[in-house]
Design a protein around this ligand. Structure first.
Ligand code: GAP
Length: 514
């Protein structure tokens, strides 16, 4: 590997470490049960993190529910009848194949080891294309190059051969075939470099617990691994009580739980996390139109936050989940590279059909326009709130060199997501300045999350608010008492302006629109 690449990777790893440290130092995210050395892959959101997370959730809810007349929101229970998970396929099929390396004692998802191997081949192809692009300049025809270059073709064939073995093995739960593939490809443990592997075993990701007062009478129930099933089992109740007409959607946000084999990378892969999901119910045969529509809509939502377009990409699935006839991820360039942020799935009538079968209840919609009844098809959008939080944090985190040899860490959070919108500072703790500052704060706090601070120099107070992403700091000084003006300082440009107190709210409101 060329040196500059190692440098690049180290920098990216550093960035994740810095974000984790910053999240802790400035009250965004703490490890759960930290005083007991933590609980693996479980995290707590602290005072600023809880605000940021709530703002992301609200922004999603606004875009999905408030802005769509034909989408309503619900809040279903985490515990559900155990048969729900039998019907949905989670009891039988929500498994990951796991493999242990006998030397490093590290556990891996066997399919991920193979996927990582595929990604390396893909990277080789990309490198080849980039090299040729540079060589041929404007006359470069990428399509033709990919179709004719022998090295690219050989690598494509290699990838196809691997996929032809991996996907059927996964579909058929053929653990021996996955093990054989890992051995044939000579995949080594990334930790120890050893090829001393155990057998591949299936591992169900659902957490279970008991409901009921006596051991004998208790029922085994599951902590939901997705919020979607709460929507499916309520769909007809919502449709009838809300007099919804197809196409319509039901949205919800809430906790989901998965006993992830490899839980790592901070809040990217957690065992307890939050999803924001929307199921869109459509006429059978129209699902592909809506699938494309929601892919587009969701990408636009991400870009509406001002994060550059190059940070996102679609990844269309080759291997589909048991319930889908089309699926794509919106991937985001996290510090660890492009990874799934959101899934858009065309789930057909799989779930509703299965719930009809298992419950014995009809879940048909009577379409007044067609005058016929059918089980609707479903297009789902599903995003992890914690992953979105990490995406927002990692884009916002900036280290800046300032004039005079100083530096600052500034979280350039989209203002509408920032935990606090305004910080109000009296220049000193005397001469009636705190009272005036409190008065200004009281005038703003009904509309905005505000923070009052009088400790330390103004410079230090600015730095603290840069670090949590507060878009505006308002300073009250002696002139304020004379002419009712304050200094308003903008986070990103650090420019300061003297304005009348009654203009502050309007300035903040304007910024929050962007
Ligand atoms: N209802 C469909 C569903 O649950 P998924 O692709 O398994 O689909 C949807 O999950 C989203 O939930 C993912 O795109 C990701 O953002 C988030 N997610 C899944 N597992 C997660 C985990 N262990 N930790 C954090 N977020 C997770």
């Amino acid at each position: 590997m060329p040196n500059h690449k190692i440098q690049q990777m180290a920098t990216n790893e550093d960035l994740l470490k810095k974000i984790i440290a910053h999240a802790k130092e400035y009250g965004f995210v703490f490890q759960s049960s930290e005083i007991y050395d933590g609980l693996s892959a479980v995290y707590d959101y602290a005072q600023n993190g809880a605000e940021l997370k709530k703002n992301i959730r609200d922004y999603w809810w606004k875009a999905m529910v408030q802005m769509h007349e034909n989408i309503v929101g619900i809040d279903s229970a985490i515990f559900m009848h155990p048969t729900v998970w039998k019907a949905s396929g989670h009891v039988d099929a929500f498994n990951d194949p796991m493999i242990d390396n006998k030397d490093s004692k590290k556990r891996y998802r066997a399919d991920v080891l193979v996927e990582d191997f595929l990604a390396k081949i893909e990277a080789k192809i990309t490198k080849e294309v980039t090299k040729a692009q540079k060589r041929f300049g404007d006359s470069f025809d990428e399509k033709q190059f990919r179709e004719t270059n022998p090295r690219v073709l050989a690598n494509v064939k290699k990838m196809d051969d691997i996929k032809e073995r991996l996907y059927p093995a996964m579909d058929n739960n053929d653990m021996d075939a996955i093990k054989a593939l890992i051995e044939d490809l000579g995949i080594a443990c990334p930790m120890s470099g050893s090829r001393n592997w155990t057998e591949v075993r299936q591992f169900n990701l659902m957490f279970n617990t008991q409901m009921g007062s006596t051991a004998e009478g208790a029922t085994e129930i599951f902590l939901r691994p997705e919020t979607a099933q709460g929507i499916f089992v309520n769909y007809l109740n919502v449709q009838k009580t809300g007099r919804m007409k197809i196409p319509f959607g039901i949205a919800q946000t809430g906790k989901a739980f998965r006993n992830e084999i490899v839980a790592r990378q901070f809040i990217f892969r957690m065992r307890e996390f939050e999803q924001m999901e929307m199921q869109f119910f459509v006429r059978p045969g129209e699902e592909m139109k809506w699938y494309e529509y929601w892919k587009e809509q969701r990408m636009q939502w991400h870009q509406s936050l001002g994060i550059p377009i190059e940070k996102f990409r679609f990844h269309d699935h080759d291997k589909l989940a048991h319930y889908a006839n089309a699926a794509a991820d919106i991937e985001f360039e996290f510090p660890m590279g492009f990874k799934e942020l959101e899934g858009i799935h065309s789930r057909t009538d799989f779930d509703l059909g299965a719930h009809e079968e298992f419950s014995g209840k009809k879940l048909r919609y009577h379409d007044p326009e067609l005058n016929e009844s059918y089980v609707p098809y479903v297009v789902e959008t599903s995003i992890g709130l914690d992953r979105m939080f990490l995406a927002v944090m990692s884009h916002a985190y900036n280290e800046e060199k300032l004039e005079g040899g100083n530096s600052r860490v500034v979280m350039k959070l989209p203002p509408k997501l920032a935990p606090y919108k305004v910080a109000v500072f009296p220049l000193t703790k005397k001469d009636g300045l705190p009272e005036k500052a409190r008065e200004i704060m009281d005038g703003l706090k009904m509309d905005y999350m505000c923070f009052y601070e009088e400790k330390d120099t103004i410079g230090k107070r600015y730095r603290r608010h840069d670090a949590i992403g507060t878009p505006y700091c308002v300073t009250v000084d002696h002139q304020t008492l004379e002419d009712n003006t304050v200094t308003i300082r903008e986070r990103d440009s650090m420019t300061q302006e003297r304005v009348a107190i009654d203009k502050v709210s309007g300035i903040v409101a304007e910024r929050l629109k962007s």
